[in-house]
Design a binder for this molecule. Structure first.
Ligand code: PFF
Length: 450
């Protein structure tokens, strides 16, 4: 492998561009699809509380570490570890990230494809006047059919590849700057609408009134996985995006904006979904959603939207929102693989994009055809690869890189305030590694036992 290409690197052009792109990666199906269903499965507000704790003491340090590694090395995750820690085995952390990107993209683009199917069904009016039972049958037969899920999967991968070929600034940044504000406006609209429905308050209570007896080690394990997945951390996505950030940008400020935006959108999605579920359905639908994460998005929600005025428009809007959120995330995953291939093997961006999209599609097809593959990719990447990657990243910053290196990088060589850096170092040296390792080991033991 070569030590990175010599041509000048593409980069984000503005501060807003950086935040839009990184928030675009973070905000996705994880916020709007996975967060509400994992929250419902794990006891509502108690889960939210642990989730927020994970974001605060583990998520922020890992994200800041990734941005720092990427920006200082100006390389893809593999190349970055090779450059900052030559003649060591740290590069394996970077390689793991590339593998994780590959695995996550392969199942994530499948669900992204479902959003296009439901967008299409909303436009054609097929979701209207259907009972929840009928909607469930419709979803099951769509999934079992294989042809349509495959078709939408390929369309989604094609869209993703097309944006990646356009480049970092003219593809990723440009698309994120338009789509992210659009997503925010649509979600706020839907949340306000949900809150005006009679009976919606029970949903708000469910989300914000914690019953602490519901916190179990398993809930903590799931909350950590969800926090990492939602923030796109632990696999080098933000090392890659960090490598496109200019030297003068403030990394701590960027991290706080991205974490803030991601958390806000997850909670907003909860506010859009739970009140609507409680206001308009029997509890049975929530039970159903608790059984399968998919049900909340593709069965419960369409059945709710049937019962409200303007439901068809709302449902189209909701699925546009999901597709947009998914797209700005899939591009960030593909970018990890493409940056790795272009820099380490010196191949053109176009060739790297097309070949990696084809390779991901092979795995994607398997996860459309075999639910077992889908579940395996989902569980192993979210609950194993991301926490393990996050653990190695904080150990690298806390114990391998020098204190001076971190202070220089985060303060932009003394130009920015460095008062918070001792707290950051304490978190990455001690708190984050111990906490992530404990939760992670518990999860593995449990998974092996089950
Ligand atoms: N953060 C994305 C979401 O919440 O949907 C998912 C994701 C994107 C995970 C990119 C990992 C990643 F590298």
């Amino acid at each position: 492998m070569t030590q990175g290409s010599k041509t000048s690197r593409d980069s984000f052009s503005s501060k807003f561009g950086v935040i839009a792109a990184a928030a675009g990666s973070a905000i996705g199906l994880g916020n709007i699809w996975r967060f509400p269903s994992v929250t419902a499965e794990n006891g509502g507000a108690a889960f939210l509380f642990i989730y927020l704790l994970c974001i605060l003491i583990l998520g922020i340090p890992v994200m800041l570490s990734e941005f720092m590694i990427g920006r200082s090395a100006q390389r893809n995750p593999y190349g970055a570890f090779k450059k900052l820690a030559p003649r060591t085995a740290w590069y394996i952390t970077g390689l793991m990230g590339v593998v994780a990107a590959f695995m996550i993209l392969a199942f994530y683009a499948v669900v992204s494809g479902w959003t296009l199917e439901y967008l299409y069904q909303s436009f054609t009016g097929n979701l209207v006047d259907k009972s929840s039972g009928e909607l469930q049958t419709m979803f099951n037969s769509f999934r079992d059919d294989s042809f349509r899920p495959l078709l939408w999967f390929f369309i989604f991968m094609g869209l993703t590849a097309w944006i990646i070929i356009a480049g970092v600034r003219s593809g990723i940044e440009k698309v994120s700057k338009v789509l992210m504000p659009l997503l925010l406006v649509m979600l706020i609209f839907i949340a306000i609408y949900a809150l005006t429905l009679p009976g919606s308050f029970a949903g708000v209570k469910y989300l914000f009134n914690p019953d602490f007896s519901k916190i179990t080690p398993d809930v903590i394990f799931k909350a950590l996985g969800q926090a990492f997945f939602s923030l796109s951390i632990g696999m080098g996505t933000l090392i890659t995006y960090g490598s496109y950030i200019k030297k003068r940008d403030n990394l701590a400020g960027t991290t706080l904006s991205v974490v803030g935006a991601d958390t806000f959108i997850a909670i907003l999605a909860g506010i859009a979904i739970f009140p609507a579920v409680f206001a308009l359905t029997d509890v049975q639908l929530l039970d159903m959603a608790q059984e399968t994460g998919e049900a909340l998005m593709f069965i419960t929600l369409p059945s709710i939207l049937n019962n409200v005025p303007g439901g068809q428009i709302l449902s189209a809007m909701f699925f546009i929102l999901l597709a947009v959120a998914a797209l700005t995330s899939t591009i960030s995953m593909l970018e990890v693989i493409v940056a790795f291939l272009t820099e380490e093997f010196n191949i053109s961006r176009r060739k790297a994009t097309i070949s990696s999209a084809i390779a991901v599609s092979v795995l994607g097809v398997l996860s459309v055809l075999f639910v077992g593959v889908f579940r395996f990719l989902n569980f192993s990447s979210v609950n194993i690869l991301l926490p393990l990657g996050g653990l190695l990243i904080v150990l690298f910053v806390g114990w391998y890189l020098s204190r001076k290196f971190t202070i220089d990088e985060l303060s932009n060589d003394g130009k920015l305030s460095s008062k918070y850096i001792p707290v950051f170092l304490f978190l990455v040296k001690y708190i984050a590694p111990i906490a992530i390792a404990m939760v992670f080991i518990y999860g593995i033991i449990n998974a092996v036992r089950a």
